[in-house]
Design a protein around this ligand. Structure first.
Ligand SMILES: Nc1ncnc2c1ncn2[C@@H]1O[C@H](COP(=O)(O)OP(=O)(O)OP(=O)(O)O)[C@@H](O)[C@H]1O
Ligand SMILES: [Zn+2]
Length: 609
């Protein structure tokens, strides 16, 4: 007998499968909690949930399966317990783990009828996409950003995959703007985050905070000046035992003095004003504020003497934390790290006559937070489960992507489905029959380890790749620890990887094979060190996709989309519904909406480490 929770409006064929369908929910955050509740209330009785995180106080306003007493506990486990307290008859299994761990291989995924993603980052989304393709299990992908959201159905051989379309790169700023000539608060915030990493975080030469003597704008100024101190910031900080006065004077006084010597930089800009520890501590005559946990420390802009004081106390705490770790990881939710960045960003802003910001603002800029809105999550989670019904019924043609947009003055319409499910891109470097990608790297300069970490893992999202040099049988990278360690520090060219070489990369976990064509490439200054080209010209839609000329082309590059798509959101929506008006009989028209901003990380302003 079908349980009464299963909605009676559904077709019998769907109602019958719901009680026994096996569902995996990946992520128990804003969307995940809503999805779990919807599943439980619609009669699903066999659910597994995975989330790597623990509950933070800031989750409680919208992740309603969690209460104050759960703070610090596993999201997956508490979500499970909360659902069971509503309905103890559901079989629900929780994993407090990352879905990218080796334990969750293709066989794990094969056990499910459908996978529901409720994630917040592209790396995990790409990984689940690959696992579902490999296991041939339908995936429903979802995301929200403020008032916008979207749901996408993905099935091997039926639709696009999550990686069929290139996603816009994350915005970042040229190094010399950050190091020499900041002009906006965000530049100072990026600098302060880099300073945190230089002093306490993982070594990253791209995050240098000292004056950039190679700035082309300053050309000629420094020829007679000799070089700056060449030890690393970390080494130097250790040598002076993280003495806050010495650190302060170097970063906010001596380095600024040095910048002033690059006179060319200040011909058209207001020159910065160095500030010493003594000057900063003596700043301001008003009644002295101290840092508290109340709202004024959060929302007010701190005076400079307070920034200096916070600089000193946070350095002492972070130094202590570092003493039993290799490095610290900056996290917007970690008070000490956030206080350090707030203090440093504001001192730098003061020096460069840039508006200072409250800790609240800095957290939101530095953590790339756009407000998470409970109603948006609830609407998207509702759609996820509605689409799951269709997927279980096998009605794949009815599973078009749906976009949620903010209501505008011109239109009351906020939900807009696509007209048809998008077909896979035949040149997708993930779901194509023989995935191929061109990599532009400096073969004389890039080491094997850098290639593995930056290109294969961070950019192409592999987890544990094995790589051989095609035709030569050279084993370049092994996923078995230690097997190819001797190659790590070698330059690619030393292993015979040169312009025109072909690499065969294989990620066993993702069941993913990729052929990589190597092109030797020397990056211009301040440009990314390497490029990946999934053949964007070939990514344009073919006629079979059934789109008409003039329709918005999601496949084209960002610029192209902008050129074609100069309509307002409201016009799009009105046009969409005009085209769809059954009275007009225009069902053959196929105009596609430009999708809204995808998820959080597409709106990122900073280059997150
Ligand atoms: N690799 C992963 N494996 C399992 N769960 C993941 C993975 N990556 C992210 N998640 C989880 O996905 C969920 C996404 O939820 P959400 O977007 O609401 O983020 P949040 O961290 O809860 O909130 P916010 O980012 O707004 O503070 C989080 O609970 C996060 O822990
Ligand atoms: Zn694809």
């Amino acid at each position: 007998m079908i349980p009464s929770a299963v909605p009676s409006v559904l077709k019998d064929s769907v109602r019958e499968v719901i009680p026994t369908a096996k569902i995996l929910v990946v992520g128990a955050g804003g969307i995940g909690c809503e999805v779990l509740k919807n599943l439980a209330l619609s009669g699903f009785a066999d659910i597994e949930i995975i989330d790597l995180d623990t509950i933070d106080v800031s989750n409680l306003n919208r992740q309603f399966l969690f209460r104050k007493e759960h703070v610090g506990k596993s999201k997956a486990n508490v979500a499970k317990e909360s659902i069971l307290s509503y309905n103890p008859d559901i079989s629900i299994k929780a994993y407090h783990d990352s879905i990218t761990s080796q334990e969750y291989g293709v066989n794990f995924f094969k056990r499910f009828n459908v996978v529901l993603n409720a994630l917040d980052n592209r790396a995990a989304r790409n990984h689940v996409n690959r696992m579902c393709l490999a296991a041939d299990i339908p995936l429903i992908e979802s995301g929200t950003a403020g008032y916008s959201g979207q749901v996408q159905f993905i099935k091997k051989g039926v639709t696009q995959c999550y990686e069929c379309q290139p996603k816009p790169p994350q915005k970042s700023f040229p190094g010399c703007t950050i190091r020499n000539t900041p002009s906006e608060p965000v530049h100072c915030i990026v600098w302060a985050k880099h300073l945190f990493n230089q002093l306490f975080g993982e070594d990253d030469p791209d995050q240098d905070v000292s004056p950039d003597t190679a700035d082309p704008e300053a050309a000629g100024d420094l020829t007679a000046m000799g070089n700056l101190l060449r030890t690393s910031t970390r080494q130097w900080a250790q040598q002076v035992d993280y003495n806050h006065v010495k650190l302060f004077n170097k970063f906010f006084h001596d380095d600024i003095d040095y910048l002033l010597l690059m006179e060319n930089l200040w011909k058209t800009r207001k020159p910065p004003e160095p500030i010493s520890w003594e000057m900063a501590s003596a700043c301001g005559t008003e009644k002295r504020k101290v840092l508290t946990d109340d709202v004024s420390s959060e929302m007010d802009v701190w005076p400079i003497y307070l920034c200096a004081e916070v600089f000193s106390t946070t350095i002492a705490t972070l130094k202590k934390e570092l003493s039993n770790k290799e490095f610290l990881i900056w996290d917007k939710d970690d008070k000490v790290g956030l206080n350090f960045v707030t203090a440093c960003a504001n001192i730098r802003a003061h020096i460069f006559s840039i508006a200072k910001k409250s800790r609240w603002d800095i957290k939101s800029i530095a953590g790339n937070i756009i407000p998470a809105i409970a109603t948006t999550n609830a609407m998207i989670a509702g759609l996820v489960v509605l689409i799951a019904f269709r997927v279980l019924a096998g009605d794949y043609e009815e599973c078009q992507s749906i976009y949620l947009r903010q209501k505008s003055v011109h239109s009351n319409i906020i939900l807009a489905p696509d007209f048809f499910t998008e077909k896979a891109n035949p040149n997708c470097y993930v779901c194509a029959e023989q995935p191929y990608v061109s990599a532009y790297v400096n073969v004389e300069d890039m080491t094997v380890k850098e290639f593995e970490n930056e290109v294969l893992k961070k950019t192409l999202n592999m987890i544990a790749p094995d790589v051989i040099l095609d035709g030569k049988g050279v084993f370049v990278i092994s996923s078995e620890e230690g097997e190819t360690e001797a190659n790590n520090d070698k330059k690619l060219s030393q292993l015979g990887i040169v312009d025109g070489s072909i690499l065969k990369a294989d990620d066993f976990l993702q069941n993913y094979n990729l052929t990589i064509g190597i092109n030797n490439y020397i990056a211009e200054k301040d440009k990314p060190l390497f490029k990946i080209d999934a053949k964007s010209e070939e990514l344009k839609p073919s006629q079979q996709n059934g789109k008409e000329n003039g329709s918005v082309d999601e496949n084209a590059s960002e610029e192209n989309v902008m050129e074609v798509d100069d309509k307002t959101e409201a016009e799009h929506l009105e046009e969409y519904f005009d085209d769809n008006d059954p009275q007009e009989g225009t069902s053959t028209k196929k105009r596609k909406l430009n999708p809204p901003d995808d998820e959080d990380e597409d709106l990122i302003m900073l280059d997150d480490p």
